[in-house]
Design a protein around this ligand. Structure first.
Ligand code: GZL
Length: 317
């Protein structure tokens, strides 16, 4: 119970972390970042639970942390709803909850959230596609979408942002199916797309790099040309190391980074709370946008807060 600071002898602070799972390269970077920061060197005893993309298991993990009366609970919520009951239980037990990466949208019983503005990631992808098509003289956009885990705030935001452009630009969205943020999921969906929409699509947008890797394997197997020198524009999110390699190799045209490194922020929040300080309720990560060609130097759009922004594009070469 964080109410009482650990015993004077510097007894470790116990933290329970309920992580989404191990579905992607991004997730691995996220787990490594938290484990490196919430470590024994920093006076923390971390109880780590990989919830394997299973919401019921994640709620159970949080309840077990409450049972163990840990000092803090950290959650990366698989989906954004269904949280108020268990957060009330943590609140009643006097255990502060910190949320990282994805958001909890049906309860505010947590002390702080650190993560990404997912709708802006989707808006940036739409703004880039609009400007890129204009620059390349591509008149018609026939789009296939592979979304992330349904109901996760990352999927909700990226879909909402990108679809604002689909609607306002009158683009043709041929189909949208979930790949659950996995490579296997991306490959399966793209295999079926290559059968149903052969020769009818010129854009595929994948809501994370691992889905894009799977989609690329499926397009290769189906003899569909993609990327900078192909018929199909490939858009992705995360910009993990392997994703940026595919941008460099001109297999992915644009990759919208989502920053996984919330470990240090998490540690700072816990240290501030231990010192009796107040903390920000929301902290947004900085994340750049990467492209494979030097066609555009920036993109402009109205962001999710209604502000007109112009953001640079980093050419990976
Ligand atoms: C987004 C994060 C998403 C990544 C995927 O912040 O929650 O989950 O985009 C990961 O790679 O699976």
């Amino acid at each position: 119970d964080a109410g009482e600071a650990p015993a004077a002898d510097g007894e470790a602070i116990t933290v329970g972390f309920a992580q989404v799972g191990h579905e992607s390269d991004w997730r691995t970077a996220s787990t490594n970042s938290v484990k490196a920061a919430l470590s024994s060197e920093n006076g923390i005893d971390l109880q780590f639970v990989d919830c394997d993309n299973d919401s019921a298991a994640q709620l159970e993990a949080v309840r077990n942390f409450i049972e163990q009366d840990v000092d803090y609970i950290v959650i990366d919520p698989i989906v954004s709803t269904g949280w108020d009951t268990v957060l009330t239980e943590a609140d009643d037990a006097g255990i502060p909850v910190i949320v990282i990466d994805r958001t909890i949208d049906d309860s505010d019983k947590y002390v702080s959230w650190v993560g990404s503005e997912f709708t802006n990631e989707g808006l940036a992808a739409g703004a880039w596609l609009k400007a890129y098509a204009e620059a390349k003289g591509i008149k018609e956009l026939n789009i296939l979408e592979i979304t992330g885990t349904t109901g996760s705030s990352a999927e909700i935001g990226r879909t909402k942002g990108f679809h604002q452009f689909v609607d306002s630009e009158g683009w043709k969205l041929l189909d949208s199916q979930t790949g659950d943020f996995t490579q296997e999921g991306g490959q399966k969906v793209m295999e079926s797309y290559c059968k149903s929409y052969a020769g009818k699509f010129n854009v595929v947008i994948c809501q994370n790099d691992n889905e894009a890797f799977g989609a690329i394997d499926a397009m290769k197997a189906a003899g569909v040309s993609y990327g900078v020198d192909g018929d199909v524009i490939v858009i992705s999110f995360d910009a993990c190391t392997a994703g940026l390699q595919k941008v460099l190799d001109k297999e992915i045209n644009a990759d919208f980074q989502c920053n996984p490194l919330q470990g240090p922020d998490c540690l700072k929040i816990i240290q501030a709370l231990q010192g009796g300080q107040t903390v920000e309720k929301q902290t947004f990560m900085e994340e750049p946008w990467f492209v494979s060609e030097d066609v555009l130097k920036d993109i402009s759009y109205k962001n999710n807060s209604g502000k007109d922004v112009t953001e640079p594009l980093i050419v990976v070469d």
